[in-house]
Write a protein that binds this ligand. Structure first.
Ligand code: PGA
Length: 248
């Protein structure tokens, strides 16, 4: 099984989200396929995405939140509750996307609270990690990834299901995709860490960062690449369907 996840970031109105599904659903042979398709819309589009996805959940099409609060409910102005997302039909939550880490200063310690909240509320968290260009140039990528895993997964039991998305910061939204060899190495380090800490060998590790229809096929052949987290190229139904491997 491969996992193809669309991170729409702060794009699309509820109406545009509905239009995406009208175009996307006829393109994808959900019946014939074991792969998982996950859509991460802006919270404002949750309802329109939930109703588009609902009839297909048994066919491996799910949606999730781009971010959740570390708190369950209460006086937290502007936050999004994992508990309510679950009630609306969400199945996943992105935790620690690099834009959250850099622009909103979310630390590994803070992200571990969000991981636990997602799991408590019955959402599968997809933990995003990756090194900056400076860290890669300094040769400390493996240490950075290990620290992110260790600190963000603190208090998470290895028996719980998590997904991991490896997204080198320098490849996100830049058009500069990581080389297959760099991806293989990073995914290998992550897989090794997960094994050493008792997480399931089936834990999906997705690659993200400038994935496009033109480079998806090659990257999907890299060992330990279980799918993609796609930003820009997931906004158009046709290009996302091509990344998922369907000839459209
Ligand atoms: P990109 O974004 O595909 O536009 O590089 C990936 C991501 O941020 O998840």
């Amino acid at each position: 099984m491969k996992v193809f996840a669309a991170n729409w970031k702060m794009n699309k109105s509820p109406e545009e989200a509905r239009a995406f599904f009208q175009e996307f659903l006829p393109l994808i042979p959900l019946d014939k396929n074991q792969d998982q398709i996950l859509i991460f819309p802006m919270a404002l589009c949750a309802e329109s995405v939930a109703s588009a996805v609902h009839p297909f959940q048994s066919k491996n099409l799910f949606w999730g939140a781009q971010n959740i609060s570390s708190e369950k409910e209460g006086a937290f102005t502007g936050e999004t509750s994992a508990c309510v997302l679950k009630k609306m039909g969400a199945s996943f939550a992105l935790i620690g996307h690099s834009e959250r880490r850099t622009l909103f200063h979310e630390s590994n310690q803070f992200l571990s609270l969000k991981m636990k909240m997602a799991l408590q509320q019955g959402l599968t968290p997809m933990l995003c990690l990756g090194e900056s260009l400076q860290q890669r140039d300094e040769g400390i990528t493996q240490t950075v990834l290990q620290t992110q895993l260790e600190e963000s997964l603190k208090g998470v039991s290895p028996s719980q299901q998590v997904y991991i998305a490896y997204e080198p910061v320098w490849a996100i939204g830049t058009g500069r995709v990581a080389l297959p060899e760099q991806v293989r190495q990073a995914h290998g380090w992550i897989r090794e860490w997960l094994n050493q800490h008792g997480f399931s060998a089936q834990t999906p590790i997705l690659y993200g960062g400038s994935v496009k229809p033109e480079n998806a096929k090659e990257l999907l052949m890299v060992p330990d690449v279980d799918g993609f987290l796609v930003g820009g190229a997931s906004l158009q139904a046709i290009s996302f369907a091509k990344i998922c491997g369907w000839s459209v």
